[in-house]
Ligand binder design. Structure first.
Ligand code: GAL
Length: 378
């Protein structure tokens, strides 16, 4: 009898908790300090988010107080709801002692992104790597792999991209022009002639033997499981979009150029109702500038430029930030797309802030990003 009473009491308690008002969802406040589970500001800059088995994993650059160089590596934070973040520690650590390593402490690791490969069941991280002591000259892409989302990721290697390959969609006419391009014809940079030659592939041609440069980058996995690497190439003058192999660990050699000569950085890509959208920034280093937006019916283009998607105060400088990722969050009725950007603080890199804003869509499908002091995901 006693056990029945206990059981009934337990059921009643469960019922009551089940009916209790839902826990308040925390608002998202861009530009403020975002404390993690230890009360410390999230340190995951230039980041991206992976949703895996009910948990969001946020990966980003660990920035120290005095330098933007990589002193720690790539951080991982996890969350069930996108507002409560648990510090999962260093997902990919820099090498402290091995000075021969590409990722020795003091190198530059930027814009890490992680995707999950359904076939191999591995988590694959790509990031922009600059070798220690070489400024931004190396312009390499690096890859690492892990069995679990939180790591530790094992560093595989780095290099330039798509050696000796021409874009798959270059026409014979474009190839003929490329043949004639010669840096010696343009002793002075930034002249209209030089800009035209850059647009036509001056740097692409220069880099054929060693591979294409790749700096600010993004990864995108399409509905069919194919993954793409999108990066600022050709001295940051032209974007390239390259296909990754089925295991996501290398490039297949198939790539296209996008917005040739347009000087785009910080690409963030998403697909909405069969249209591919890309938000980028201009090239002004850590200083914010006006966001750009492009759309295409296929990842391979043709890409069309649209006006700045941002509206509201400081929309002409992306609210003081620079794009880093767009996160689709499936909801009860619709998917919410979150535009993620970084407010850099080069004089105090770890104090850089985050902008997360919902993307709204006009009746014709065009994305709009409106500044909101705070908003709630529900
Ligand atoms: C930005 C770029 C950042 C970082 C910075 C260095 O334009 O988006 O990732 O490379 O330049 O100045």
């Amino acid at each position: 009898m006693r056990s029945i009473r206990l059981w009934a009491a337990a059921c009643l308690a469960a019922l009551l908790t089940g009916c209790a008002p839902k826990q308040e969802v925390n608002p998202i406040c861009s530009g403020t300090i975002w404390p993690d589970d230890q009360g410390v500001h999230v340190n995951a800059h230039g980041g991206g988010v992976l949703y895996h088995e009910g948990v969001y994993y946020w990966y980003g650059e660990n920035k120290s107080d005095t330098t933007s160089n990589a002193m720690v590596g790539v951080m991982c934070y996890s969350s069930p709801n996108l507002t409560d973040w648990k510090n999962e520690g260093v997902a990919l650590a820099v090498e402290k002692n091995d000075t021969a390593s590409d990722i020795v402490q003091g190198c530059i690791i930027e814009r890490p992104k992680v995707i999950y490969n359904e076939q191999t069941k591995k988590f694959v991280m790509w990031f922009h790597l600059e070798l220690k002591g070489q400024g931004y000259g190396a312009a390499r892409s690096a890859v690492a792999i892990s069995d679990t989302p939180v790591g530790p990721f094992r560093y595989i290697g780095s290099g330039r991209v798509n050696l000796s390959r021409l874009p798959f969609d270059m026409t014979d006419e474009q190839k003929a022009i490329l043949d004639t391009l010669d840096a010696a014809h343009y002793p002075v940079e930034w002249t209209p002639e030089w800009r035209k030659a850059v647009e036509e592939g001056l740097f692409l041609k220069r880099d054929l033997p060693g591979g294409q440069m790749a700096r600010d980058m993004q990864l995108f996995v399409d509905d069919d499981g194919k993954a793409y690497h999108i990066y600022s190439s050709e001295e940051n003058m032209t974007m390239q979009i390259a296909e990754l192999s089925d295991d996501y660990l290398s490039h297949t050699g198939k790539y296209t150029r996008m917005a040739a000569g347009g000087m785009n950085e910080a690409p963030a890509l998403f697909k909405h109702k069969n249209t591919y959208w890309m938000i980028t920034s201009g090239c002004t280093g850590w200083a914010p500038n006006e966001a750009r937006m492009f759309s295409a019916p296929s990842i391979w283009g043709p890409w069309t430029q649209h006006p700045n998607p941002c509206v509201g105060p400081k929309s002409e400088i992306t609210f003081g930030g620079q794009s880093t990722f767009v996160l689709p969050v499936p909801g009860k009725q619709d998917t919410t797309y979150i535009f993620m950007a970084d407010i850099w603080r080069p004089e105090h890199p770890s104090d850089a802030r985050y902008i997360w804003l919902p993307i709204q869509f006009k009746a014709d499908g065009t994305p709009v990003i409106e500044w909101k002091e705070q908003w709630t995901l529900n």
